[in-house]
Design a protein around this ligand. Structure first.
Ligand code: UFG
Length: 337
């Protein structure tokens, strides 16, 4: 299938693109590089550096590349930042998404897989959460993702656009070529690895007074390669359904302290920590019930071991000491015009 991946130069988008190529799909990457990296564009994919709000260009590209389906990951994704700057999130996550849907409708592209999030559930008391449980986002980030999910429902009713929303829990790990590189970095696992590598003095633990087994937040970490696989399965599912799926490993999840302890063990160094106040917008616990995607699409997390996810993150950071800086330069110098 010919697939456009928005946000395809980002952490998850680059690895989803790799998986699509591996499965024999033709990939076009569309990314404005505000967060993404040129060096993270999968080899051989045409790359369009542009904004989703540029509807005319988007229409041209959908037509030129005869795109049959879109995997839409381009978004801002930090709950705390979204509380300080909700306008940015409404614009980049909702308005941009609606621009994409408009262009898809005009170009008769009627299939989309959407990168949604566990943040739509908010501070749910019932854990693990199921897709039909109440949604109550605690940040504009979660709110805008939920609003786009709902827009998809109405677009399907009006125009027949098929959709699968994948509610990601916490992506972790890396592929051989691509990994997590944000500036500034805010995510727990790369921050732990940076501290272990001596690139930062300590890991700040945001709150140890939650009602959890050790007082720190619980998350459901899912290997990014398993997460990527969910996208290719979702593409096939679009033949006969629209649906919303949780994508996580389930179980008891891991507390922030448990992740740090496991990283110390796997990497073999002490990792200094400092307890700080809670971070705004963080739910205490987010763990997936992913029975639905297992049952309906046959998805299984094959790399559930937390130590393996940490090791993959660590190896990637070790092998790419300046993350994408040099790779980006390489791509700029060598990519055909
Ligand atoms: N944390 C720390 N110290 C840090 C960084 C994070 O204690 O330096 C804690 C956070 O408070 C949170 C946990 O580690 O409890 C995980 O935080 P991340 O920032 O790594 O991830 P989030 O859970 O905030 O968010 C991620 C994605 C979202 C997605 C969400 C789904 O960034 O896009 O997972 O659960 F919606």
């Amino acid at each position: 299938m010919r697939v456009m991946v928005t946000g395809g130069a980002g952490y998850i988008g680059s690895i989803v693109s790799e998986e699509l190529v591996r499965e024999g799909h033709e990939v076009v990457v569309y990314d404005n590089l505000q967060m993404g990296h040129l060096g993270a564009v999968v080899e051989g994919a045409p790359f369009i550096q542009a904004d989703l709000l540029d509807g005319d260009l988007l229409r041209d590209m959908l037509k030129v590349y005869r795109v049959e389906a879109v995997i839409h990951l381009a978004a801002d994704s930090l709950a705390e930042e979204s509380l300080k700057d909700p306008t940015k999130y409404y614009c980049n996550n909702l308005t941009s998404g609606l621009s994409l849907l408009g262009a898809m409708k005009d170009c008769k592209v009627d299939r989309i897989v959407f990168a949604s999030t566990a943040a739509v559930y908010g501070d749910s008391e019932k854990q693990p959460v199921e897709e039909d449980d109440p949604t109550a986002p605690t940040s504009p980030y979660g709110e805008t993702k939920l609003a786009f999910e709902r827009a998809l429902r109405w677009h399907e009713a009006a125009y027949g656009t098929r959709y699968v929303c994948l509610r990601y829990f916490n992506a972790a790990g890396a592929s051989k070529s691509f990994g997590e590189a944000h500036e500034p970095e805010t995510h727990l696992m790369p921050i732990i690895c940076q501290a272990a590598a001596g690139k930062r003095s300590h890991v700040a633990i945001y709150g140890d007074d939650y009602a959890t087994r050790d007082g720190t937040c619980v998350r459901d970490y899912v290997h990014v390669l398993d997460l990527a696989r969910a996208h290719t399965l979702a593409l096939s599912a679009l033949d006969d359904r629209s649906a919303i799926y949780n994508v996580g490993c389930g179980g008891d999840g891991y507390t922030v302290r448990e992740v740090i302890e496991k990283a110390s063990e796997v990497i073999g160094v002490d990792i200094p920590v400092e307890v700080r106040p809670r971070r705004a917008g963080d739910p205490a616990v987010l763990v997936a019930n992913s029975e639905k995607i297992r049952r309906e699409l046959g998805w299984r997390p094959e790399r559930q071991d937390l130590g393996d996810m940490i090791e993959a993150t660590w190896n990637w950071i070790e092998e790419h000491p300046s993350e994408y800086e040099k790779m980006g330069l390489w791509a700029r110098l060598n990519k055909p015009a």
